[in-house]
Design a binder for this molecule. Sequence first.
Ligand SMILES: [Zn+2]
Length: 56
Amino acid sequence: MVHVFCLDENCRRVIHLSDHKHWNYKGGVVCRRCGTKMEVEIDDGEVKSSKKSEKE
Ligand SMILES: [Zn+2]
């Protein structure tokens, strides 16, 4: 399981990525609590980078 922290200052919730496809993953995730979209890059279960997506 991979854990990503929500990047919203008022939320900071841990997002659990339980699907094994996220072990090596690059793309978007959405916080289920606040709806913030983030772009993450995960390599062998380690979060290499995460940033908030630009607002559309
Ligand atoms: Zn959040």
